[in-house]
Every structure is written in C-alpha cells, then in structure tokens.
Design a protein around this ligand. Structure first.
Ligand SMILES: Cc1cc2nc3c(=O)[nH]c(=O)nc-3n(C[C@H](O)[C@H](O)[C@H](O)COP(=O)(O)OP(=O)(O)OC[C@H]3O[C@@H](n4cnc5c(N)ncnc54)[C@H](O)[C@@H]3O)c2cc1C
Length: 406
C-alpha cells in the first residue's frame, strides 16, 4: 500500500515532488492506470503513489505523424484524436481504453498493430521522451533515439516519463473478421498464411484453440462449438478476399463487418492479447498464462512437444507480431491450467529447452520479466538517475543503493 497519492499536473510539479521525496527519503511508485501486470505499479515499500493520470494533454499531432503528449493521456483518446488527423497508433495493448501512454512505455510491450509495426521498442516508434530524475537536484532530461531504451519498460524504476514523442502510422479503414476451423492446426495454418503474407494489410491476427472461444460469452455469435477460432483486423478493401480465402481453406466465416472504432460492437480486440487470459480466468480461476515467442521455422514441432508433455494443461493462444528484423513470428500467450508453482516452472523450463522464448509474467521484477535489456542500460540509468533507490523500490533487483536511503 502507498501512504499518500499525489497527482501532479505538470513536469515542474513532478520535479518539485521528486525534490521533496529525495530530501525526505520517501519511496515513489509511479502509476498510470494501474493495468500493468507483474504487479508493476504496486508499491512494495509504502511512500508516495505518483498518479500521472491528470497529466493528460495531447500537445500536438505533428504533420509528419508524431504525437507529442503528456504521460497520462489514455491510449484510446490518442488513437481517436490521431484518427481524426489521418493517423493511428502503430501498436497498442488490449487495455487501450484505460491504459495511459506513460504506463504503456513504462510497463507494456506491444499488442494490436504489432503484426505490422512490431513492438513499442522497434522501428523507432518511441522517438523521444522526457524523464524526471530522482537525483540530488531533480531535473527533466530529454532522451532521443537509442537513449529511449534506458527508460522504456523500466517500470518507473529510473525516472518519471513526463512527455512523449510517439510515432504514428497513416490510418486505415479496418474491418473485423472471425473465422472458425475444425482443427487448431487448420486455424494456425490459415492465420500464419495471412499474418506472413505481405499482400495482406492487417492489424490483428489471433488464433485460439478450443475451448478458449467458449469463454467469449458476449460474442458467442462468432463462436462454433468445439472449433478453433481466428480473429482478424484486416483492411476493409481486403475483407471479402479474406473471407473467400478462409472458405477455400475450410473455414467458416462467423463474423465480418466494419470496424467503427473503439466503440465497435463486437470489438474483437477485447478478446485478444492479454484480455484472452482475463476471459479465461472469469470462467475458471485456475487458468493463468505464459508469454512466449515461438520459432517461426519450428513452431509446429514446438507446439507438438508441448502438447505431448502437458496435454490440456496448455491451451494455445497465438498472436502474430513482427520482430525487430522485420519477420512476422508466432508470439503466444498460451493459457495454462495452474496446478502448482513447480509444474508452472517445469513448463517454463521445458519451453526454453525446446527453444521457445518465455517472458515470465509470474515475477515482479524487471529482470525476471523477459524485457530486461542485456546491455544493462535500464540498470545503468537507475544508478545515474535514482542513486538512493527511491523509485519503485524492490522492482529492479540487481540494483543496490550505495547508501540505502530506507
Ligand atoms: C487484461 C490485460 C491485458 C493486457 N494486454 C496487454 C497487451 O496487449 N500488451 C501489453 O503490452 N500490455 C498489456 N497489458 C499490460 C498493461 O495493460 C499495459 O502495459 C498498459 O499499457 C499499462 O498502462 P497503465 O497506464 O495501466 O500503466 P501502469 O500499470 O499504471 O504502470 C505500468 C508500469 O509503468 C510504470 N509507469 C507508469 N507511468 C509511468 C511514467 N509516466 N513514467 C515511468 N514509469 C511509468 C509504473 O510504475 C509501472 O511499473 C495488459 C494487462 C491486462 C490486465
């Protein structure tokens, strides 16, 4: 629990708060909307919760497609405003309506749109950011180019992001489409073909093994009993062609219609990325999940091995995404039917043994979560910007303050 909540309105106020906390040796946990998993925004040592949700101004959407905004802007608001000017977000989490831009940079990675534009870290999507430091003299510093990686996904342990320059992409008229297949293999083959086919303009390609679709009560019109399901966001002008292709490959098109923005009903993205896990947990609290990256060349072998070893304890939920080299790869947030911590760790170890990358969501430190940078830049920035270790203490476990403040 934090002991006090502070809601600054400007960078100058954040500097004042940090200056005071530094003098008083008070811990500070930064918070956007609090949707981060891993317990990222949960204070471990009390102190101040710095709620940045009122720093919510979009300052500018530049003509070359860069949004300049404060950290508390909701991603959904930015998407809506950008679309009015012919732009849209390159990638966003399924929590778009609630989550803030600062929280996404501080704790997120990618999501809808990543199949075309990679993750937040890739392709210079974050052009620059301003960060307030917890140095003896708190100050605002601008990080540009590669230097943004010192602060991205550091869980607010090495500074408060107070201004963001975020690259957008030209907006597209999208459609949503759902296709059911008799088998997961057929669904996976089809989704892989569309995800990797350069001729298809897409924002989302998500594949669910049965019984995951059975958890999607509000969109049951898109579900067919016992069948695997694929959800797409596809350029409107290609929707009919996608439907034809799906039928040719044995699929049943269960929904096809325009995407009218975040208020669209149904909003298929509400069932994808980590929202899938949420629907599963709602149906049965024993479900949890992993965050995986499969090898595009051996993915079928890897999935078979996992099934042979763990059977119905692992249920596939694939999310295609572009990696930093420009290749579209099968990412995944498979559901796991939780039995024990040992069994979960056995599954993680086995994944790694057969070459499946795992970002473990069952830890609450930056290093263990799978997005810690091997070049250590997040830790080095913490040593520089937060030498007393006051920012989100306990979440960067390789950091040890020379002169612990608390
Ligand atoms: C159901 C569900 C689905 C999700 N789906 C996705 C997904 O598809 N993709 C994805 O990447 N993530 C996903 N997430 C994780 C999370 O929603 C996103 O990362 C989201 O962008 C976090 O935004 P937030 O404003 O809620 O941040 P918070 O939870 O408030 O903060 C996240 C972390 O960033 C730090 N932080 C917040 N603001 C700042 C700031 N201004 N400066 C420095 N540090 C800061 C916090 O201290 C915390 O450590 C999901 C989570 C849930 C619960």
């Amino acid at each position: 629990m934090g002991e006090i909540v502070v809601q600054p309105l400007s960078t100058e106020e954040v500097i004042d708060v940090f200056q005071y906390c530094n003098e008083q040796n008070l811990a500070v946990t930064i918070r956007g909307a609090g949707t981060g998993n891993y317990g990222q925004a949960v204070p471990l040592e009390g102190g101040v919760v710095l709620d940045l949700s009122r720093m919510d101004q979009i300052e500018e959407i530049q003509s070359q497609g860069v949004a300049v905004c404060q950290p508390g802007v909701r991603l959904g608001t930015l998407e809506n405003e950008a679309r009015k000017m012919g732009w849209e977000l390159r990638c966003y989490p399924s929590t778009i309506i609630k989550a803030t831009v600062g929280g996404f940079l501080g704790g997120g990675s990618g999501g809808i749109g990543s199949v075309a534009h990679g993750n937040l870290r890739d392709f210079q999507t974050v052009r620059a950011l301003e960060v307030v430091t917890m140095e003896e003299e708190a100050r605002a510093v601008k990080h540009e180019g590669q230097a943004v990686h010192e602060i991205l996904h550091a869980w607010g342990t090495n500074g408060a992001i107070t201004r963001i320059w975020l690259a957008l992409t030209p907006s597209v008229e999208w459609s949503q489409c759902a296709v059911a297949f008799d088998t997961f293999d057929a669904a996976f083959d089809f989704s892989e073909k569309i995800a990797t086919g350069v001729e298809w303009k897409k924002r989302l390609v998500t594949t669910f093994e049965w019984p995951i679709p059975s958890f999607f009560e509000p969109v049951k019109q898109c579900v067919r009993e016992g069948k695997a399901l694929v959800f797409f966001m596809i350029a409107a002008e290609q929707c009919e062609a996608l439907e034809d292709e799906a039928r040719k490959d044995g699929g049943i098109v269960t929904h096809a219609g325009p995407y009218t923005g975040l208020k669209a009903r149904p909003l298929l993205s509400d069932y994808t990325w980590n929202h899938t896990t949420l629907w599963a947990i709602r149906a049965d609290e024993a479900y949890t999940y992993l965050q995986c990256g499969f090898d595009p060349d051996t993915v079928r072998y890897q999935m078979r091995k996992l099934k042979e070893r763990f059977g119905g304890e692992i249920i596939f939920h694939m999310e295609f995404m572009k990696n930093a080299d420009g290749r579209v790869i099968p990412g995944a947030l498979p559901l796991v039917y939780y039995k024990s911590e040992e069994r979960l760790n056995e599954m993680i170890d086995f994944c790694r043994e057969i070459g499946v990358f795992v970002a473990n969501p069952h830890v609450n430190n930056v290093e263990g979560g799978g997005r810690y940078r091997e070049d250590n830049v997040q830790l080095l920035a913490k040593k520089k910007y937060d030498p007393k270790g006051l920012l989100n203490p306990g979440k960067m476990i390789t950091f040890h303050a020379k002169d612990p403040a608390r």
